[in-house]
Design a protein around this ligand. Structure first.
Ligand code: AMP
Length: 636
């Protein structure tokens, strides 16, 4: 076993040789001719000339050895259903779905948008797209019609796959009416809509456009649809994520690089499976997020593991439900988010003692900073390693963690770990762009190009935005900007100190404050608005809105203010979804700005968290900041 330091160095100094070795972890129809083409930085093309298929690697290649083993375990504590699909059954279901897509006019390269609850058909659809070379674009089911319409317009799907409804905490969440509203709003109209009818809510069929999947499933039962061999650089999917502007970016990912990156991460980071025995991976994320793409669907399946798809809350019917699944399905690796752990601890800290968790080797946590009390509680309760890992929608797989599959490496509380192989991580001074080489200096976390396999290829249909946003935003440097602050200790462990931009992280969900501001501004009473992320003990951060009304008399009594606050929250619920709803909407007379009119967001955030407002030399009107202080109930 090599030591991690030399494994890492090789991944940077002998990049092509290193990744050529990793490429052997997947099946290729045609092996790559060039490992890396970086002739047009920052666009990295990995495994050029190779042809492969994600679905083949996730499903077909396991049929001979693992055909009868569980591949997909779909559990819903909302509908009370639990269904296991073996690799052979998954293979059949994916082909039935693929035949349906072909019948509905989906061709290679066409986009298929998925707006779906956590049902097995969502996984069939993603794999079916990969199988025929269609580009899937999954939109998180918690987003509402305005968010969805924006993504429909950007992706221009020929087909949208959705469901009648989902369910959350026992409450029905209708999908079809939201989808209809989004399509009505969108400029682009998909030719077809395929509905998975779960029998949860009646839905209206638009003739000529809407199809019921049950009918197509019968028609294409036993269909044979071979995998299309695709160029390694073929786009496998786009996934929208928030940034500084109100317009989400379509993160575009390739095929071969992604497959290799995931296969390598399963081996070196997740250390699974260990040998040929059947193993189960349980990621509690949602298919609408990048963790769902990489570690519910593709990663575990590529590694030949069963994967659990879970619809429901972590606390229903009780806070032991996830641990019950670990026991029942002998889960060996689990992946979740710190927020979920905090929720479980608050609900019933003893719940995990009721189950046999002996199969579990490690719990991985990502998506937001892992605070020390949470990390200590869960690692002591489980008696298993709890491994923090830092990454982004853009990277597709971990950037910082400890790679125990390479060399056993101790974790450090508060740190996601060291730079992962393939990533040349640096810290730069925000203003000068100088590299910070001393230990414990705070800087912007950046990655030297080329990004390793699996990372975003570009922003969907917007190379210019990819270059400008990510590669030209640090003065004088052409490096990938993560938009996170970090520090590194003397031993190479990094610590993440929050975002440098206007992105906030609510319960592990990445949200753009600008999108929330735009949504609130659409209400007739609003003149101006600022939304910031404020620290929260349970969710990590919550959105807090400060609104200047056109007519301040509209909120001049406590009951009028409360009513208007409710109305504004509803605007966000209806347009973006409840996940983006601010925790509070405060009404103020003015917002603090610089003399040149720039909103002092960092100062608003600091004051809302009871911290010092920082440098205020450029502030136009200090009284406006005092109003924020008063609104959140914190004195000077
Ligand atoms: P997303 O693209 O939704 O995965 O969000 C990525 C962002 O979440 C990062 O840029 C970080 O700000 C934050 N993040 C993800 N993982 C971690 C982690 N382990 N520790 C601290 N922050 C994290």
């Amino acid at each position: 076993m090599p030591d991690y330091a030399s494994f890492y160095r090789r991944s940077i100094d002998q990049r092509e040789a290193f990744w050529a070795e990793q490429a052997a972890l997947i099946d290729w129809q045609t092996p790559p001719v060039h490992i890396l083409d970086y002739s047009r930085p920052p666009f990295a093309r990995w495994f050029v000339g190779g042809t492969t298929n994600l679905c083949h690697n996730a499903v077909d290649r396991h049929l001979a050895q693992r055909g009868q083993q569980d591949a997909l375990i779909a559990v819903s504590t909302e509908t009370g259903s639990e269904r296991c699909y073996s690799f052979a059954q998954l293979h059949a279901e994916v082909q039935t779905m693929a035949a349906t897509l072909l019948s509905l006019g989906v061709h290679q390269g066409d986009r298929v948008l998925l707006y779906m609850p956590m049902v097995a058909e969502a996984v069939f659809a993603m794999l079916a797209c990969a199988r025929i070379g269609a580009v899937h674009s999954v939109v998180f089911g918690g987003f509402a019609s305005v968010s969805l319409a924006g993504r429909i317009d950007d992706a221009e799907p020929v087909l949208i796959i959705s469901a009648d409804a989902g369910s959350r905490g026992g409450k029905l969440v209708p999908y079809k009416p939201l989808l209809d509203e989004a399509i009505a709003r969108a400029g682009h109209k998909p030719a077809r809509v395929l509905i998975v009818d779960r029998g949860l809510a009646p839905w209206a069929r638009v003739p000529g456009r809407d199809e019921d999947y049950a009918e197509w499933r019968t028609r294409h039962a036993n269909a044979t649809v071979p995998c299309v061999w695709l160029d390694a650089t073929h786009t496998s999917y786009t996934l929208y994520t928030s940034g500084t502007t109100g317009r989400p970016k379509g993160v575009q990912r390739d095929t071969g690089g992604y497959a290799v990156a995931l296969a390598a991460s399963m081996k070196h980071i997740f250390c699974a499976p260990q040998g040929d025995a059947a193993e189960t991976f349980f990621s509690t994320s949602d298919i609408g997020w990048v963790v769902g793409h990489s570690y519910i669907v593709y990663g575990p399946l590529i590694a030949g593991m069963a994967t659990i798809l879970y619809e429901g809350l972590p606390t229903r019917p009780d806070a032991a439900v996830w641990w019950r699944l670990v026991e029942q399905y002998r889960v060996s690796v689990m992946f979740s988010a710190p927020t979920a752990v905090r929720v479980l601890k608050k609900h019933d800290p003893a719940a995990l003692k009721r189950h046999d968790l002996s199969s579990l080797r490690a719990l991985f946590l990502a998506g937001e900073p892992l605070d020390e009390p949470t990390a200590r509680w869960i690692s002591e309760s489980l008696g298993r390693p709890v491994i923090d890992n830092y990454w982004q929608t853009e990277s597709g797989w971990p950037i910082l963690t400890v790679c125990n599959g390479v060399e056993k490496t101790p974790s450090r509380f508060g740190s996601p770990g060291k730079a992962v192989y393939g990533y040349e991580v640096k810290l730069l001074d925000e203003n000068t762009g100088e590299e910070l080489t001393e230990a414990n200096q705070k800087g912007v976390l950046v990655i030297e190009g080329p990004l390793p396999p699996g990372c975003m290829q570009t922003v969907w249909r917007d190379d210019d935005r990819f270059v400008k946003t990510y590669w030209q935003s640090v003065p004088g440097k052409h490096v990938y900007n993560s938009f996170d602050w970090g520090i590194r200790d003397a031993d190479g462990y990094f610590f993440i100190l929050g975002r440098t931009d206007d992105v906030i992280n609510v319960a592990g969900h990445r949200l753009g404050t600008r999108e929330i501001e735009e949504s609130l501004s659409s209400h007739a009473a609003v003149a101006e608005v600022a939304v910031v992320g404020v620290a929260d003990a349970l969710k990590g951060q919550v959105a807090m809105a400060f609104v200047v009304l056109k007519d301040s008399l509209q909120a001049d009594t406590p009951s009028a203010a409360l009513q208007l606050e409710g109305a504004l929250m509803k605007v966000v619920d209806d347009s973006l979804g409840a996940v983006a709803r601010p925790a509070r909407v405060h009404f103020v007379g003015a917002l603090p700005k610089t003399r040149s009119g720039k909103m002092l967001r960092r100062a608003i955030q600091a004051v809302s968290e009871g911290r010092d407002a920082g440098d205020l030399t450029t502030i136009e009107d200090p009284a406006a900041l005092q109003q924020i202080r008063d609104a959140v109930g914190r004195g000077p």
